[in-house]
Every structure is written in C-alpha cells, then in structure tokens.
Write a protein that binds this ligand. Structure first.
Ligand SMILES: *Cc1c(COP(=O)(O)O)cnc(C)c1O
Length: 380
C-alpha cells in the first residue's frame, strides 16, 4: 500500500479505501467456483457503496436485504426486484407493503406471526408474494457469540418443530406462495465443517417436509463464509471453491430444486481498508499508545465483537519494532483497534492502514461524539 502514499496524502483522514480490482478478482473467483450456477445474493448490509454495488451487479449477483431501506437502495442501484430477497426478524407493515409492491423475489420470514401479517397485507393488495421460512437449525457456527445466529438462544428464524406444526396453517394462508426454506447460521465462519453440519441438518429437515407432502422449489443456505483478518495479503480471496463443494457434496437437492446463497463479508471484506493518521504517541506505564484519528465510530467491529483487524504503518521505514496499543479518540474504553501490536516505530503524522475493513465497516459508521463521517475512495 506504500505506493498509494502520495494519493493518500491528499485525502482527509480517516477515510475508507477500496481496491476495486481486488473486488473484481474476488467476484471473478466466486463466479468461476460457482460451477452449478447457484444463485448468489450479495448481503447488502456488509457494504452499500454504489461503486461496489455496480461491480457486484455487473458480476450477475442478486441482493439480500434486511430492511425496506436496503430494498429501496438496491433498486436505486439498478438491481432487478426478481433478484432481491428480504430477511429480518422485525419487518414493519410499511416495509412488507413496500417490498410486496416492488415484487421482490422472496421474503425470508422469521416467525409464524410475520407470515400471517404478510398474508393479510398481500390480501389487501390482491397479491401473492413468494415466501421462504427461515429455520433456526440449532447449529453452532463456532464463531463469536455476537455473530452467531443459528442456535436456540438466537432471535432468528423458527425451529423445524414449529415449522412442522404450522404446515396446515401455512397451507391455509391463500395470499402467500410458500417456495422455500432459508437458513443463515452466522458470520465469519472459517471452519467449513460447520457448513457441512448445516447441510446434513438441512437434509433431515427437508426429509421431514417431504414426509408431510411438501416439496419446495427453492433452498437458501444463507452466507457466513469468513475471511482471513490476520493475513489479508496472503489470503486476499476466500476459498469459494471448497465452500461450494461442501454444499455440492453434502446437500441432497430435490429434482430441479434451486440453491441460493447470501454472501456478504467474503465478497467485500478484503477490498477495503480504513486509512487513519497517528495523532499522538503516548507512553503510559509499560504501554505505548498509538492514538489515531479513526475510532469506533468509523469502524465498530473491534468494539462491538472484539474483532481483530491487522493495522499496518504504511509511512514508517523504521527498523525498530515497537509494541503498541492502537486506539481511537472516542470517549469509550472499548475504542481500541489493537492491543500489543508490533509495528515499526511510529510517529505523529504516520498513516496507518486498518485492513480487511470492506465488510461491516463503512455501513456501521456513525456520528457518536459528533464526529464527522469517514468518506470512501477507490482505486480503479
Ligand atoms: C448478514 C447476513 C448475511 C451475510 O452474512 P456474511 O457473514 O456477511 O456472509 C446473509 N444472510 C442474512 C440473513 C444475513 O443477515
């Protein structure tokens, strides 16, 4: 990244920097690995930057949304409504009505109560939207508890028992079209056996539905494939080939059944960095604090889920290695990016790149402490 220093010196820090060539390479690798033409919906909440969405749209992906605002944004960015799915445990009546009006591909429904509400709203409009039911498969994603979604303690989806018990009710709702089952067990999953376990559970649940006389044309296994936060250059592109293979080898699809994925982080995570400037170097006891001008308002992940991002000093050529706690300026003790990170000796004015910040970075930025919002820039 050193080669970008001249360009970076013209920009107000902190800012997000996106490598669009890496994004294109990642999308090409994804499409190459997707030999079965599975439907991949990009999870918009990971990054909603128009330039990034344009590349993703051109690569032929659909969109996975979690709010009416995201559906609107996806449509404004040129995505076809027939490629949009909408999840979320708390969809409002307005969001449901809006998504029905836009003729999105499918609602991923998270409770039986929601199903009844969608049916009512659809009835008032004389419509019959597609719905998939999100099942919480009670599979542990083996990731940080705040990004695990598929165990019993999580608010997402319904249990397979509840689905089986509701089959007659679902059949009685005339203004919904039950097309599939949806799963999403968590995020930043790097152990592929978790996905194998999911596939095996899905087969069981699918058999349960078949026993009840239900065969659905669509199956959606969600997203969650992780990236290598500690080695962003060595592992810039996730192993999509093995990821798809796990499902190809383990999932028993019905004749003609279409398989859907919802990938977010693995597509955009590595193409973004947060570039920040060292304000002060402060020694306190044995600790060297590198106080930078980016904070948890620009990148929430470390404060929110103890996430590790590699920070690199791209200005310093010093041979002296020093252990630093890299911290932001926000008035919260959780405003820490790294503890005990060894960097070349750093000084006021040096630029630090906080890597792998393309996913759940800029979309979570906020103005706490009335801080200005970091802007995004791109290398084409
Ligand atoms: C966030 C989310 C995803 C994407 O998760 P990643 O870990 O970024 O791949 C997929 N599906 C649903 C329902 C989500 O909420």
């Amino acid at each position: 990244m050193k080669e970008l220093l001249t360009r970076f010196s013209e920009l107000e820090t902190p800012f997000y920097w996106y490598d669009l060539q890496l994004l294109d390479d990642t999308l090409a690798a994804l499409n190459k690995a997707n030999t079965e033409d599975y439907h991949v919906h990009y999870a918009l909440k990971a990054n909603n930057n128009p330039k990034i969405l344009e590349r993703i749209r051109k690569a032929g992906l659909g969109i996975d949304c979690v709010s009416g605002g995201e559906v609107k944004h996806a449509l404004e960015q040129g995505f076809d409504p027939s490629h949009i799915v909408l999840a979320g445990v708390g969809k409002t009546d307005q969001e449901i009505a809006y998504a029905i009006d836009q003729n999105i591909f499918s609602f991923n429904v998270e409770s039986i109560e929601e199903l009844v509400v969608i049916n009512e709203i659809a009835q008032s409009k004389g419509k019959r939207p597609n719905i998939s039911i999100r099942i919480n498969p009670a599979i542990d994603a083996g990731t940080h508890h705040k990004i695990t979604t598929g165990t019993k303690e999580n608010k997402f989806g319904i249990s397979d028992e509840d689905l089986f018990a509701s089959v007659d009710l679902i059949k009685s709702l005339k203004n919904i079209h039950f097309i599939g089952v949806h799963y999403h067990i968590g995020s930043q999953i790097t152990d592929l056996t978790r996905f194998k376990n999911l596939a095996i559970r899905i087969n069981e649940i699918q058999q349960g539905l078949i026993d009840k006389g239900i065969e659905l044309p669509h199956l959606n296994v969600g997203g969650g494939l992780g990236i290598d936060y500690l080695n962003p250059d060595g592992n810039a592109i996730p192993d999509f080939e093995h990821y798809f293979k796990v499902f190809r080898d383990n999932l028993k699809l019905l004749e003609g059944q279409e398989l859907h994925f919802e990938l977010g982080r693995s597509i955009v995570g590595q193409c973004g960095s947060l570039i920040t400037k060292v304000l002060y170097v402060k020694k306190s006891g044995q600790t060297n604090f590198l106080i930078v001008d980016a904070g948890m308002t620009d990148l929430m992940r470390p404060a929110l889920y103890d996430a590790q991002h590699l920070a690199q000093n791209i200005s310093s050529d010093s041979e002296t290695q020093v252990s630093y706690d890299v911290v932001g300026p926000v008035c919260e003790s959780s405003d820490v990016f790294n503890k005990g990170l060894v960097l070349p000796e750093s000084k006021r004015g040096d630029l630090i790149a906080i890597r792998s910040a393309g996913a759940y970075g800029e979309t979570m930025k906020n103005e706490y402490n009335l801080r200005p919002l970091a802007q995004g820039y791109y290398s084409e």
